[in-house]
Ligand binder design. Structure first.
Ligand SMILES: [Ca+2]
Ligand SMILES: [Ca+2]
Length: 285
């Protein structure tokens, strides 16, 4: 599953928080994004096959590979950095749950509502190797080994509606309630023939980096935009328990339009609207 989070940032606030919080001294970005930069957070995501029964929940665990400044094409943080003690950034991992299925079936268009995605910073990495999830998770506890949900809270988010419009032709699904959508192309088992793509929205609710990611710049004022790409986990992290994997890293697009830019854009939009009205008036007269 590939999740692209599009996030608006108040980076100055985040940098202030990093300086003020001694507990986070072990974790710093290798480069500091400037206000207005876009960050892309890549992560792998592991989850079970869904049942296809409305009312059941989707859950799983995730590992962040790297954070890239898309504006400068520089790597801000990479999991591989913890191979050297001097640059040990710990690990960024997470758990997600409470995505409740509102559609029916395991193939075609699949919609979820609700959802919690929580990311943790762990100064002593323990979830970086494959095959280390040795028990089946549940929606209540997606991380029974405690390796993905341990550490300090880096970011907490909830699924947000507003990304989808209800289609009156699909009478059994109210798409406007959806916070996450997936289209499964083929297959109902976690074979390599299993493929899916999707999208969703998240709203930031807390965590040490909440102010960094709480930008309200996405569709419906969401903070993060999700883009998913699913496939069978194959030899990934214990596929017996979480057989579905992101085929691409999850990407977080971190957008931070400056207040002056927003004001200028709004003014230009207003000016454009006024010109359009003037033109319409000329056409009518
Ligand atoms: Ca951990
Ligand atoms: Ca927000």
């Amino acid at each position: 599953m590939k999740i692209k989070f599009a996030i608006a940032a108040t980076v100055f606030c985040a940098l202030g928080a990093m300086v003020a919080a001694p507990a986070r001294a072990a974790f710093t970005f290798d480069i500091q994004p400037s206000y207005g930069d876009e960050l892309t957070i890549h992560m792998r995501n592991y989850e079970p096959l869904i049942s296809g029964v409305p009312g059941t929940n989707l859950y799983g665990v995730l590992i962040i590979d790297q954070i890239i400044n898309a504006t400068t094409s520089q790597t801000a943080w990479a999991a591989s950095d913890h191979t050297t003690a001097s640059s040990n950034p710990g690990e960024l991992t997470g758990v997600f749950n409470n995505y409740t299925l509102i559609s029916s079936g395991t193939t075609g268009d699949i919609y979820f509502t609700g959802g919690n995605v929580n990311i943790f910073y762990d100064s002593t990495p323990d979830a970086v190797t494959t095959g280390n999830l040795v028990a089946a998770g549940t929606n209540l506890n997606p991380d029974p080994t405690g390796k993905f949900g341990n550490g300090t809270s880096f970011l907490t988010t909830v699924g947000q509606v507003g990304g989808f419009v209800d289609n009156p032709l699909t009478l059994l699904v109210n798409e406007s309630l959806a916070t996450l959508f997936t289209h499964v192309n083929s297959g109902t088992t976690a074979s390599f023939g299993f493929r899916g793509t999707g999208t969703g929205l998240l709203s930031v609710t807390g965590g040490s980096n909440a102010s960094t990611f709480n930008g309200n710049s996405q569709t419906a004022g969401a903070d993060l935009e999700i883009n998913t790409t699913l496939r069978g986990a194959g030899s990934g992290l214990n596929p017996a328990f979480y057989p579905v994997l992101s085929s691409d890293p999850i990407a977080t697009l971190f957008t931070a339009p400056e207040a002056t830019s927003i004001a200028a854009w709004s003014f230009l939009s207003l000016a454009g609207a006024l010109v359009m009205r003037a033109r319409n008036k000329r056409v009518q007269s």
